[in-house]
Design a protein around this ligand. Structure first.
Ligand SMILES: Nc1nc2c(ncn2[C@@H]2O[C@H](COP(=O)(O)OP(=O)(O)OP(=O)(O)O)[C@@H](O)[C@H]2O)c(=O)[nH]1
Length: 329
């Protein structure tokens, strides 16, 4: 079975890097050492030993200086430069594919730099079309305890699901600080979330007492109900290691889902893209021919092979002639 890829995405400080470190040691302790990749060019120190580290090929500080960029621009440019090596990255991982069960990917905290950049999409696509791939959306549980923050975070997760079109597990991290039961309850029971929102509004904590905000929040929470129905939720503490067995069970479930639904969709998408690309090439070739006013018979299809068959024919004729001459003698 090909190894499952877990792409860890989450807001800055949600605990992605600590989560990757804990997951790495959790799997290693079960003698299922994963393949770990760091795609965050700006991180100073990582508490695990990655198999592939973007920082080995790209110097983020130099990118900043050379192209005169700010922090986010430099992350995007570093990812762009690195994405040109994506084939080599996939080759390296494929060589190890028989000996590993999981690939774990750490991404930059500036989600938009990864999820909404062309290079992030290229890297994600490359993995998703080679291995079963799952998104682990890491959430800072204590910092999402307010209903309006919770909703913003879930809308973000929803947009990532929409963009990547990959199976997703929402990981409520830092449960050693705050239990994630409240969040699970809000996801299960729409009314309990509405009540919490109402309380927040009555206490004047969300700063949105206008009628417009009320109706917007209500309709958004209904939209999220549909989103939750497709989600799987894990609660973990990257500090204590709690919840990692459950998380890995969900990865197994989502991998099956990937094989069942997403893979077929992906193949269809890749096929459509290939068709589009081939159509684009034909169109631009036709345009070029038209622009250069080249006559069609000059670029007639099979022209090269016609020349080849001529050579073969003439060779055959030569051989036949030689045979005839021989027998005549
Ligand atoms: N209490 C507690 N703290 C945690 C946990 N996981 C991470 N942290 C802390 O949260 C802070 C941020 O953790 P990181 O792992 O650096 O978070 P990140 O999402 O990788 O951050 P960026 O790379 O900046 O996006 C650090 O101080 C961690 O020690 C956890 O499970 N429990």
């Amino acid at each position: 079975m090909p190894p499952a890829t877990i792409i860890c995405i989450g807001m800055a400080g949600a605990g992605k890097t600590t989560f990757v470190q804990r997951l790495n040691s959790h799997l290693s302790s079960k003698e299922a050492r994963p393949y770990v990749i760091n795609f965050d060019p700006a991180v100073l120190k990582i508490p695990y030993e990655p198999n592939i580290d973007i920082r080995d090929s790209i110097n983020y500080k130099k990118v900043m200086q050379k192209y005169n960029l700010g922090p986010n621009g430099a992350i995007v440019t570093s990812l762009n430069l690195f994405s040109t090596k994506v084939d080599q990255v996939i080759n390296l991982v494929e060589k190890k594919a028989d000996t590993i069960q999981n690939i774990i990917i750490d991404t930059p905290g500036q989600i938009e730099c990864f999820v909404w950049s062309a290079s992030g999409a290229i890297l994600t696509e490359a993995f998703a079309s080679t291995f079963p791939t799952v998104i682990a959306y890491v959430v800072d549980t204590p910092r999402t305890a307010a209903p309006s923050t919770f909703m913003s975070n879930m809308l973000y997760a929803c947009s990532i699901l929409y963009k990547t079109k990959l199976p997703m597990i929402v990981v409520f991290n830092k449960t050693d600080v705050k239990d994630a039961e409240f969040a699970k309850e809000w996801m299960r029971d729409f009314e309990s979330f509405q009540r919490a929102l109402m309380e927040e509004r009555e206490n004047g904590n969300d700063g949105s007492s206008s009628g417009y905000m009320n109706s917007l929040v209500n309709s958004l929470s209904l939209t999220l109900e549909e989103f939750y129905s497709q989600l799987d939720v894990a609660s973990c503490s990257a500090y204590t290691g709690d919840g990692f067995d459950d998380f890995m069970d969900l990865v197994g479930k989502k991998t099956e889902e990937y094989d069942k639904y997403y893979l077929a969709e992906r193949k269809e998408l890749l096929k459509k893209n290939a068709e589009k690309e081939s159509q684009r090439k034909t169109d631009s070739l036709n345009k070029l021919v038209k622009d250069l006013d080249i006559k069609e018979d000059v670029i007639g299809r099979g022209r090269d092979s016609n020349v080849l068959s001529d050579i073969e024919d003439s060779e055959e004729e030569e051989e036949l002639k030689a045979e005839k001459d021989q027998s005549a003698k």
